[in-house]
Write a protein that binds this ligand. Structure first.
Ligand SMILES: C[S@@+](CC[C@H](N)C(=O)[O-])C[C@H]1O[C@@H](n2cnc3c(N)ncnc32)[C@H](O)[C@@H]1O
Length: 219
């Protein structure tokens, strides 16, 4: 194809909104930023699963615990058109996430709560959420689950990331890990047990990405 023809095709795609160039560039930039600054963001495989769950379940409101630089919030906003409420406590991350949202074109869809998630319940309690994405301090997953699931609609979904914790959960070399890592592994293992035994949820844990638990609220 001649360059002139390609240019016309790209321009048409942009005009038809089938190619969101702003987001495409920002997506790559955020991934590069996360890598360079060691900010843990959801990995591609886990994100693909999360996006498919959102496409299938079409949530109106999503609650995210752990915004970081705003990457997954934008990806969720982009795939669903849903309203996203996302909670972050780290001031540096908050500043970067606000910039991300402004530049992404999804600013009107996303509300950032600048607070520790364990203290933010009163700020979000008036909203019913169809999906909760837990991706923050690993030692506190069960607390987040217990605090926010009363706001989940019937048949609502909880997605918990990092169930494998970089492959460390269920590995044979547990004893050789540091005390703090062993503590986190114990917490994550106990959280998975809690999810699998929870009488009000059907949970499956997928070993893709960094390990993702999908819990669906029973009717
Ligand atoms: C794994 S990162 C989130 C990545 C993001 N969801 C993504 O995939 O783009 C976890 C974030 O949760 C934040 N965080 C951890 N514990 C928190 C808490 N109790 N309340 C609010 N934010 C918390 C951390 O500051 C960090 O930025």
């Amino acid at each position: 194809m001649a360059v002139e023809q390609m240019t016309v095709t790209v321009m048409e795609a942009v005009e038809n909104n089938s190619l969101n160039l702003v987001w495409t560039v920002l997506d790559l930039e955020l991934k590069a930023y996360a890598k360079e600054h060691h900010v843990p963001i959801i990995v591609d495989e886990g994100l693909a699963l999360l996006e498919q769950i959102i496409r299938i379940s079409k949530p109106k409101h999503i609650l995210e615990i752990g915004t970081a630089i705003g990457y997954s919030a934008c990806r969720m906003a982009r795939v669903s058109g849903s309203h996203i409420t996302t909670i972050e406590r780290n001031p540096e991350m908050i500043e970067k996430a606000l910039d991300t949202f402004k530049r992404s074109g999804f600013e009107n869809q996303i509300r950032l709560i600048e607070c520790d998630a364990l203290e933010a319940f009163d700020l979000v309690k008036d909203t019913a959420f169809d999906l909760i994405f837990i991706d923050a301090a690993k030692a506190q997953y069960q607390k987040f689950f217990e605090l926010y699931t009363p706001l989940l609609t019937s048949n609502g979904i909880v997605v918990s990331d990092n169930m494998s914790f970089h492959g460390l959960v269920h590995q044979d070399n547990y004893e050789t890990q540091s005390r703090s890592v062993r503590g986190l592994i114990r917490k994550l293992t106990s959280y998975q047990d809690f999810l699998l035994k929870h009488p009000d949820y059907d949970t499956s844990i997928f070993e893709l990405g960094d390990g993702v638990a999908i819990s669906v609220k029973k009717d």
